[in-house]
Design a protein around this ligand. Sequence first.
Ligand code: IMP
Length: 178
Amino acid sequence: MAIDTPKVMLSEEQILQRVDELAVEISKDYAEKGEIVLVGVLKGAFIFLADLSRRLTIPRHIEFIAVASYEHGSVPTGAVRLVMDVRASIEDKHVLIVEDIVDTGHTLHYLIDMLKTRNPASVRTCALLHKEHNTDVEVNVDYLGFSIGDEWVVGYGLDYAEQGRSFPYIGSVQPDDQ
Ligand code: IMP
C-alpha cells in the first residue's frame, strides 16, 4: 500500500478524545506532587506531547530526548543508543516519559533504566500506542492510549521513512520491505 493512502485505524477525533482522558488521569495522579517533567521521545512523540501537555492542569516542564537503534546491516539488534539528551537535571523530579509507540519495548526499557540512574523522584511512562504482541522486553506502560496489532502505522507524528508524520489520523501501511 502506498504511504499516501494509509488505511485509517484511529481517527483524529478518537485520538484527541483519548488524549483528553489521559490528561485528566495524569493531572489527577500528579495533583499533589508538584511539577512533572515530560520527556518526549523524538521524533515520533512530538505531536502527542504537544497535545497532551496542553491538556494537563498541573505544572509541567518539557524536555526532549532522542534515541536510535543499533542495526546490523538493516536488521535492528535491539540495542539502543542515546542521540540527544534532556537539557535539565531530573534529580528529585517526577518524570513522565512520553513515547509515541512501544513495539519490542527495547527503547522504553533503555530510557527507563537510563533516567532512573539520575535519581529522579519517580519515573513513569505514557505511550499513545502499544503493539503488545511484539514485546521482547516487558515494560510497564502506566498511561496507554491504545493497544494495536502488528501493523506499521503512520500519522500523528509517526512515520515510515520520514513520511506520513503530518497525517492528523493514525493509519496502517504496508512497508515495502515486509
Ligand atoms: P521499540 O524499541 O521496538 O519498542 O520501538 C519503539 C520505536 O520504534 C518507536 O519509538 C518508533 O520510533 C518506532 N516504531 C515502532 N513501530 C512503529 C510503527 O508502527 N510506526 C512508526 N514507528 C514505529
